[in-house]
Ligand binder design. Structure first.
Ligand code: GTP
Ligand code: MG
Length: 194
């Protein structure tokens, strides 16, 4: 997969604002700060197309990235960020739910988790939700560069156990810093998009 011309096509919170469902979409879900926006930047080879921050809660809208007019990568707002009000949390839930439940051109949802931490109950809820909706249940374990190779399998095991994943191939480890496994994700996306 060679990406030549990625752009931020649309920022949305409600359905009327979504772009036309003429292109297939792959969405990225996960806790705030897990690296969703960084994954997009590294996939499209741009430093700042998707805005990132070391402070959680950066992306609070659904951001649709148009990839060469072939498909879209969809950056969902991160959940589980403690320092927001209850009403804001409800908003996020509705924004995410509104999109995931009713998007005919949505082909796959990747759940991102930080490789170093056991997934939270929110992650588990999100993951079960994704599977219940009939998606494959791929998990991208981010920030691979922060763990030593010798510990890798231990970390993957914790993630697999918490999320109830039997097929370890469903868990893809990744680093937006080193871009390790980027080709694997390109290949997976190509397969998903057919
Ligand atoms: P929200 O927009 O708040 O939902 O967060 P997000 O999931 O989009 O996270 P974002 O991409 O903004 O990354 C959060 C922080 O983690 C930033 O400081 C990134 O530089 C850092 N980060 C993301 N991916 C990696 C990675 O693979 N390795 C390392 N070392 N840092 C990463
Ligand atoms: Mg973000």
């Amino acid at each position: 997969m060679k990406i030549k011309n990625p752009s931020l096509e649309k920022i949305a919170v409600k359905k009327e604002q979504y772009p036309h469902p003429n292109l297939s979409e792959i969405a990225l879900a996960g806790r705030s700060n897990v690296g969703k926006s960084s994954l997009i930047n590294s996939l499209v080879n741009r430093k700042n197309l998707a805005r990132t921050s070391s402070k959680p809660g950066k992306t609070r809208t659904i951001n649709f990235y148009n990839i060469d007019d072939k498909f879209r990568l969809v950056d969902l707002p991160g959940y589980g960020y403690a320092a927001v009000s209850k009403s804001e949390k409800d908003d996020w839930g509705q924004i995410i739910e509104g999109y995931l439940y009713d998007r005919e051109n949505l082909k796959e949802v990747f759940l991102l988790v930080d490789i170093r931490h056991e997934p939270t109950d929110n992650d588990l809820m999100m993951y079960n939700w994704i599977k219940d909706m009939g998606f494959s249940g791929y998990v991208i374990a981010t920030k691979l560069d922060k763990v030593g190779k010798s510990k890798l399998q231990q970390y993957i095991k914790v993630i697999a156990q918490k999320l109830g994943i039997e097929d370890r191939k469903k868990i893809i480890y990744y680093s937006a810093e080193t871009k390790e496994n980027r080709d694997y994700i390109y290949k997976l996306m190509s397969e998903i998009l057919g």
